[in-house]
Design a protein around this ligand. Structure first.
Ligand code: NAD
Length: 261
């Protein structure tokens, strides 16, 4: 029970990595608010976990939705200890050269809107409550925050931006609120969506042969599922073991950059 009596708010908590974080936090004694754009996914998680969780449907790109998510969390659980920015989309490694100018412009706005603006607005909404609890923020970065080839130019740029955002927030919010990130590699069991601007709604993440790919790419020679990533979030949220940490991003990716030459 590493998170007994703690309260967290998880964006994108209805699926994949976010859902695994929610489940693990509840297992560790926390109560969790799930903020996701899919009411259907929220309903499934709430049904499975009962009164330890509440769901708020909305879009992370909207100021009002972020404020409402924090307000609903406070109404249900009385406080907030950990804000987890996690909702994101991918570009399915679409190359710039194969993308028309207009599509590139709209996809840039969509990708940065969800992956970066969504994190910034969520942090802003959560900050007053986190100042009160001397709480912390954790953001999902990616192997694409450090290395090329984990997406196209747009996705990689958003995830690099997340690292800069984490460092600047850690600097600005100290000594009251700690801010850290986790950079997972490929997440088994994810439903990571593509961009609407690039008409990628029909593509399914589950169609990617992740196990085969990761076996070839990673020094650890296998894919990891969402539940295997969730423990790192518990570590960062844990008030006992992570008091010195702020502004850090944990490479948690099966050793992607460790192949060498
Ligand atoms: P997922 O699609 O399974 O989960 C993401 C959730 O975010 C979904 O429930 C979706 O409804 C929600 N969401 C998307 N856009 C939203 C919006 N505008 N407003 C509110 N909710 C929204 O995907 P996942 O793989 O679990 O992705 C979670 C995070 O992990 C993302 O930040 C992603 O970039 C990162 N990541 C994923 C992988 C991977 O291999 N899947 C690898 C590295 C990093």
């Amino acid at each position: 029970m590493q998170l007994k009596d703690q309260v967290a708010l998880v964006t994108g908590g209805g699926s994949g990595l976010g859902q695994a974080i929610v489940e693990r936090f509840v297992e560790e004694g926390a109560r969790v608010a799930i903020f996701d754009r899919s009411q259907e996914r929220i309903d499934e998680v709430v049904k499975a976990l009962g009164d330890k969780v509440v769901g708020i449907a909305g879009d992370v790109r909207e100021v009002a939705d972020n404020n409402r998510a924090v307000a609903e969390c406070l109404k249900a659980f009385g406080k907030l200890d950990t804000f987890i920015g996690n909702a994101g989309i991918w570009d399915y490694s679409k190359t710039m050269v194969s993308t028309e100018d207009g599509d590139l412009s709209s996809a840039f706005d969509e990708m940065f809107g969800i992956n970066v603006k969504g994190y910034v607005l969520g942090a802003k909404a959560a900050l007053p409550a986190l100042y009160k609890t001397k709480g912390h923020m954790i953001f999902t970065a990616s192997n694409a925050s450090f290395y090329p080839g984990g997406g196209g130019v747009l996705y990689t740029a958003t995830k690099h931006a997340v690292v800069g955002m984490i460092k600047q927030m850690a600097h600005e919010f100290a000594p009251y609120v700690r801010v850290n990130g986790i950079a997972p590699g490929g997440v088994g069991g994810s439903n990571l969506a593509g961009t609407s601007a690039l008409s990628q709604q029909g593509i399914k993440f589950s169609d990617i042969p992740l196990d085969d790919l990761m076996k070839q790419m990673l020094p650890l020679e296998r894919a990891f599922n969402a539940r295997e990533y969730a423990g790192a979030y518990v570590f960062f949220a844990n008030r006992r073991d992570n008091t010195p940490g702020t502004g850090g991003v944990l490479n948690f990716d099966g050793g992607i950059g460790m192949r060498g030459f």
